[in-house]
Design a protein around this ligand. Structure first.
Ligand code: CA
Length: 224
């Protein structure tokens, strides 16, 4: 899952990027509103974390422009502690959630996880496809209750596919949402990765749709 972080305080950018990466997200960041608006308007992100006070273009304006342009990705606003008016303004402008600064990193990560799954219609933090379950809080992967050790990249692939709830996704889309840069991922990297994950899971959960990509038929709701 891919997150766009728009925030002008470098320390917050560094801390949030690290925490979200450790939680299994790929993070792209921008430090001004114009650049951030552009990326959110032209690239696909699963969740956006948007600061309100930004150079060049403020957060509310960025959000309004996206929503007017039909961009529907979930947005978490970062607001000032006592800024109830800006929270109301933000919600009316199309924000899905908000968090006051200073915040606890665990809370930000939990809110981002919740936005990512709810946008795809998942009520639970545990995503399942038959005997396969991934717990998005701990990144634990189990098949029939037995734990399966996966690499961070394999986890990102599995998490992305399970979040899609039965939608077929192309290799290009997968590449965009699980790699933090385009280095060292050649054209058959995804095929190799899928093959390795299939061997580890030892069950036919990732299906190939010839000419289109891959699909996991996730259950409607998890167990926790
Ligand atoms: Ca700011």
């Amino acid at each position: 899952m891919r997150v766009l972080l728009i925030e002008d305080e470098r320390r917050i950018v560094a801390d949030v990027s690290k925490a979200l990466f450790n939680a299994g997200f790929v993070v792209e960041s921008c430090t001004d509103g114009e650049n951030g608006w552009f990326r959110g308007a032209h690239e696909n992100f699963d969740v956006v974390v948007l600061d309100l006070g930004l150079p060049k273009l403020d957060g509310i304006s960025v959000l309004r422009r996206w929503r007017r342009g039909g961009r529907a990705m979930p947005v978490l606003l970062l607001t000032a502690r006592d800024g109830w008016r800006e929270k109301v303004q933000g919600i009316d402008a199309g924000a899905d959630d908000h968090l006051s600064k200073p915040f606890h990193m665990e809370e930000l990560v939990a809110r981002v996880r919740a936005l990512a799954r709810r946008a795809k219609g998942h009520a639970s933090a545990v995503l399942a496809a038959g005997p396969l379950e991934i717990d998005t809080r701990s990144k634990a992967v189990t098949v029939g209750g037995q734990s399966v050790a996966v690499s961070p990249l394999e986890y990102r692939l599995l998490s992305y596919l399970l979040h899609q709830g039965g939608r077929v996704v192309s290799q290009g889309e997968i590449r965009e949402h699980i790699y933090s840069d385009d280095k060292d991922n050649d054209s058959n990297a995804i095929e190799v990765l899928v093959a390795r994950l299939r061997r580890k899971l030892d069950m036919p959960v990732i299906k190939t749709v010839r000419g289109h990509g891959y699909v996991v038929e996730a259950d409607a709701s998890g167990s926790a």
